[in-house]
Design a protein around this ligand. Structure first.
Ligand SMILES: C[S@@+](CC[C@H](N)C(=O)[O-])C[C@H]1O[C@@H](n2cnc3c(N)ncnc32)[C@H](O)[C@@H]1O
Length: 429
């Protein structure tokens, strides 16, 4: 997914200042000087980044479902390491998905305020991501109401308190009159998340959370549908961001299938996937036992972040992730995402891989109504689409051709908007 430059550069010096003062207020960091010392970073931050990274990437024996904030030998430093290193990256992933929704023409209903919930909030990275996405110049015509009332659900109260201080500073800097209510609570499939009297939400988000729930995708799907029936408004939106690792991503795709299978049996409750898949079709990646689906975004890491990467032996220049945006809205997807209008659903395809040059052609994987397929196209170099771009009005060569040739395409929908493209006929090339 290509991202507006203003978003790739979101991490300004004043954000770092706000993060450091948050850490100092919570007595996790003694002073700003300490933060600028490699000795301090090497002792107090880097080991925790490595530890969390190994845990999250399933490279260690430690389970990701453990209560790691409590189990650590130094929970204070662990939380500091998370805020400095994992939060800004997860914030950015959410901001990218949010920006894509805006780009596709998504409009919020005209009302004074929205109610939103972030599950497994940790420091509220998804909340921060939306605040950042809404403050870049590309969002100046955003339809989001001014007031967002957040409810956070998180099993670690310290992490949430830290996140609340950080987010409140961010809201102030970005002129957002948003509020946060913290629910110190463990999500447990045997208990409803909210009592009956809690009003429904317009927006549900979670980031890098569902993979920490050990229940089966089917049980999790059934549970969340039950919560959404009572606590997601009729035109509400759900944004879920999860790791790009093959095993976790496949589990997430199975969760998508389980959601859609259960929804098919429902009479009164509907749910549709609006991105990255442009509809409820069967998952193309799940058709192959070794395949999975993920996005990748690139950002300008702030200098301190590059230093932490370097000291930890990591390189978080490219940020991969899996995601799903769902809605209860029953309207056709073209009404929800008007930029897709005037193309029939079976002629919309998303690039789900990078483009590779093969001779004069470009080759990539496309995903659409009929699943995932390898395809080739011949275009002027500057028009070649990249991962995440959407082709509209595509005609593909028959199924028995591998790779299938793109015989015609009306336009490409990418970061710059929708623009027509002209195929170069093979014989003229
Ligand atoms: C990897 S962190 C992600 C935090 C944040 N959403 C982000 O994107 O940076 C996962 C969070 O989920 C919380 N968590 C895990 N299982 C939970 C459960 N059953 N109920 C509530 N919170 C949970 C953890 O404590 C942790 O803060």
């Amino acid at each position: 997914m290509k991202v507006p430059i203003s978003l790739t550069e979101y991490f300004s010096a004043d954000l770092l200042q706000a993060m450091l003062s948050t850490l100092i207020e919570h007595e996790l960091l003694e002073s700003e000087e300490a933060f600028h010392s490699n000795r301090f970073l090497n002792r107090s931050v880097v080991p925790h980044i490595k530890n969390l990274s190994e845990r999250f990437n399933r490279l260690s024996d430690q389970k990701v479902s453990d209560h790691y904030w409590k189990g650590s030998s130094n929970p204070q430093n662990l939380r500091m390491a998370y805020l400095l290193h994992f939060m800004p990256a997860n914030l950015y992933r959410m901001a990218c998905v949010w920006t894509e929704l805006n780009r596709l023409g998504f409009q919020w209903p005209k009302q004074n305020q929205l109610r939103a919930v972030e599950l497994g909030a940790g420091p509220g990275s998804a909340t921060s991501g939306i605040a950042i996405a809404e403050s870049i110049s590309e969002s100046k015509n955003s339809s989001l109401p001014e007031q967002l009332k957040w409810t956070w659900i998180e099993r670690d109260s310290q992490m949430m308190k830290l996140g609340q201080t950080w987010n409140q500073k961010l809201f102030q800097m970005k002129n957002k009159p948003w509020t946060i209510q913290k629910n110190h609570q463990k999500l447990d499939l045997s208990q409803p998340l909210f009592d009956r009297k809690t009003p429904a939400f317009d927006l549900w988000v979670s980031s890098y959370f569902l993979n920490e729930i050990e229940d089966t995708p089917e049980d999790l799907a059934q549970y969340l549908i039950a919560q959404w029936k009572t606590h997601l408004n009729k035109n509400g939106i759900v944004i879920l961001i999860e790791p790009a690792l093959k095993k976790e991503s496949r589990k997430f795709l199975s969760f998508r299938e389980a959601l859609l299978k259960q929804v098919e049996q429902e009479r009164k409750f509907s749910l549709q996937v609006i991105t990255p898949c442009l509809g409820n079709q069967k998952c193309g990646a799940l058709m192959e036992p070794e395949d999975w689906c993920h996005e990748v975004v690139r950002w300008w890491r702030p200098d301190y972040y590059k230093k932490l990467d370097q000291l930890s032996g990591l390189n978080r220049k490219d940020l991969p992730f899996s995601y799903l945006v769902l809605t209860r809205d029953r309207r056709p997807i073209e009404d929800i995402l008007p930029t897709l209008s005037n193309t029939s659903s079976n002629k919309r395809h998303r690039l789900v891989s990078p483009s590779y040059a093969t001779g004069r052609d470009s080759e990539f994987y496309l995903c659409g109504q009929e699943g995932k397929t390898k395809a080739q196209i011949r275009l002027q170099k500057e028009e070649v689409p990249t991962r995440g771009d959407i082709l509209l009005g595509t005609e593909l060569e028959g199924m028995d051709h591998r790779p299938r040739r793109v015989l015609s395409v009306d336009s490409v929908l990418n970061i710059e908007g929708k623009h027509p493209v002209q195929l170069i006929p093979k014989r003229n090339a």
